[in-house]
Design a protein around this ligand. Structure first.
Ligand code: PFF
Length: 462
């Protein structure tokens, strides 16, 4: 094995999560985010409900989970940021596997650029919910409030910067005192609030139509593009394909059980998505709204839905606070990718690395923030910057990154390394699980990703 490019930080100076539980919760904090509460409901709404959920589940099990296991395992083995992990584990110096880490860093920036914008709207909506500004049963009114927000260049940029400032203030405190401590508080609160809202939504008269929408599959809605979207969502949801999980894995404990731990993260994340679906759809149908409202479902339809129920203002405030919490945990993990790299590779302090990263993000993020106002006329490949960043990252960069990670682990890193890493050098008696992983990551995951990518981009099939 080639030795790692010299890291200027000694192993002892590297941060890590303090406890195995903390590592798990922080990793759940990365997975759970706007993907569950903003993306999942509108994509399910746009793509025909339950049939899309089934596709998403298949992608999660056969592609998402194996890639997550691979990433956490590699990070823990190399104990380094994503780029240096790929370099360190590469069997030969001539194979440029570090490029996967570098492409991941690019994906992290693209995601952060639009993610911080949506998070900015959510932060703004917490205040609007409290003030009652969006408490109207008329979607025209809520739609106007949303339009006013996104078409104002000043407000769009301001909220994005507020978000960047908040996560910077958390992350400069380090892996354990910043990320772990924050997610440990936010995730349980988020769950409690989400359960309260789901129960409220499910007990509304007429809720059953929403349940039918979520759980009765209609496969006629499924196209190649929908399958690509389901797979893109699986990658985005589990924060994989770009080195985030490699970075977090590098902070996992040596004796942690990776297959079980990652399965727990996946299940927790799935539960939050289903709960978000149960919070949203029964209420949407109960009050006669349209489920397929697209990306604006969260910001236009949902406020009207809440306004239709007794004490709606309270539920709406809770809902946007929990969404802000979810977004925060996810953004911390995105930011950690470049910060860990700069910190370890160039011995730049966390504070400086955070300032550099957020500074860059303010620049890359501005086109996304301004894509409904100043730059609304600018289209690349038929999309504005916001949609382009989203499409290019979820549907292209993450699947391609994940494909190479699966190929690397399955075909280059070697069976012995994989078995050692996943059984904790023989301590865990989970050979059956590891064997199944080995077959899936070598054959199933890469083939599926290639087929879905080619089909979704219209290169093969109909
Ligand atoms: N998993 C997060 C969500 O679903 O909102 C988004 C995300 C976070 C994607 C971190 C990628 C990432 F590295």
């Amino acid at each position: 094995m080639q030795s790692a490019q010299p890291s200027r930080l000694s192993a002892a100076a590297r941060g890590s999560f303090a406890t195995a539980l903390g590592a798990l919760v922080a990793t759940i904090g990365s997975a759970v985010g706007l993907g569950n509460i903003w993306k999942f409901p509108y994509l399910v709404g746009n793509n025909g409900g339950a049939a899309f959920i089934i596709l998403y589940l298949v992608c999660t099990l056969l592609v998402g989970l194996p890639v997550m296991i691979a990433e956490i395992m590699m990070g823990r083995k190399a104990r380094a940021n994503a780029i240096q992990t790929m370099r360190a584990l590469s069997p030969s110096a001539r194979q440029p596997w570090w490029l996967i880490g570098a492409a991941g860093a690019l994906a992290a920036f693209l995601i952060m650029a639009f993610y911080t914008e949506v998070a900015g709207w959510v932060f703004a909506y917490v205040f609007k919910a409290i003030s009652g500004a969006i408490l109207s049963t008329d979607p025209q009114v809520t739609s106007q409030a949303f339009t006013d927000l996104v078409t104002s260049p000043f407000q769009s940029l301001l909220w994005q910067w507020i978000v960047l400032a908040v996560i910077s203030l958390i992350i400069v405190n380090g892996v354990s005192k910043g990320i772990e401590a924050t997610t440990k508080r936010l995730i349980p609160l988020l769950l409690v609030m989400l359960i309260i809202i789901a129960v409220r939504s499910l007990t509304l008269p007429g809720a059953s139509q929403g349940l039918a929408f979520l759980f009765t599959p209609d496969f006629s809605k499924i196209t190649g593009a929908a399958v690509l979207t389901a797979m893109g969502l699986a990658f985005f949801k589990l924060s994989i394909g770009m080195g985030t999980m490699i970075t977090y894995g590098s902070y996992w404990k040596e004796d942690q059980n990776i297959p079980t731990g990652t399965a727990r993260v996946m299940l927790a994340d799935l539960s939050v998505s289903v709960l978000a679906g149960l919070a949203v759809f029964p209420a949407v149908f109960a009050f006669g709204f349209e489920p397929a409202a697209g990306p604006s479902l969260l910001f236009i339809t949902i406020p009207s839905v809440f306004a239709s129920m007794p004490f709606g203002g309270v539920f709406m405030t809770l809902f946007f606070i929990l969404t802000a919490f979810a977004a925060t945990g996810a953004m911390l993990s995105l930011l950690e990718v470049p910060i860990a790299y700069m910190n370890e590779r160039f011995a730049i302090s966390r504070v400086k690395a955070t300032l550099i990263t957020t500074g860059l993000l303010a620049v890359v993020g501005a086109p996304a923030a301004l894509s409904s106002s100043t730059l609304s006329g600018v289209k690349l490949f038929g999309m504005n910057f916001f949609d382009l960043y989203d499409f290019a990252s979820s549907n292209l960069l993450l699947p391609i990154g994940g494909l190479f990670i699966a190929i690397f682990v399955g075909w280059f890193w070697g069976r012995k390394n994989v078995f050692e890493a996943l059984t904790n050098s023989g301590v865990l008696k989970n050979e059956g699980v590891v064997r199944a992983f080995w077959v899936i990551v070598r054959f199933v995951t890469p083939v599926l990703v290639i087929l879905v990518l080619l089909n979704g981009l219209g290169i093969i099939g109909g």
